[in-house]
Design a protein around this ligand. Sequence first.
Ligand SMILES: [Mg+2]
Length: 178
Amino acid sequence: MTLCLGRYLKPDTYCANLDDLDFPAFFEDGYRLVLLDVDNTLARHGSFAADEYARRAIDRAQQAGLACRIVSNAGKKRIHAYAATLGLPYVAWARKPSTRGIREACRIESIEPEATIMIGDQILTDIVSAHRAGCLAVLVRPRYNQEALHVRLKRFFERIVLAAYKLKTGKQRRKKRS
Ligand SMILES: [Mg+2]
């Protein structure tokens, strides 16, 4: 049971923030596309514009040779505005944990899911959709603590998962694409 669930819930890498990710190592391991969640991964929930933290992460990924695209469950109007401040293409209303948004992003970029990394702050949406699509699943600790009630309920469940798998933020695990 644990192993079966773990296939979908357990991130391949768990990091404290985006600054901890080694993008050149991802490129070296064969990855070519980075898909990023927005709310509480790149930005505060509800943001319309990127800050220095988000710009730094995107710059580092692109300098490592990785294509970047936003894949968010938020609506098109806000994600269009947010993505424009980073000069990034996007898929809005992605409906994670559905794989729809990830598959659409991979198709547009002509990069297979196996060479794609999905980075997000929520296990039940970002990590599950990444595993279901066949991407590398990277969990990042939420940027901010103030969250809506339904998200806080999901955080409770996430803490159980993180404890069950003894997951702690730390060094990026190397996992070459199969
Ligand atoms: Mg998020």
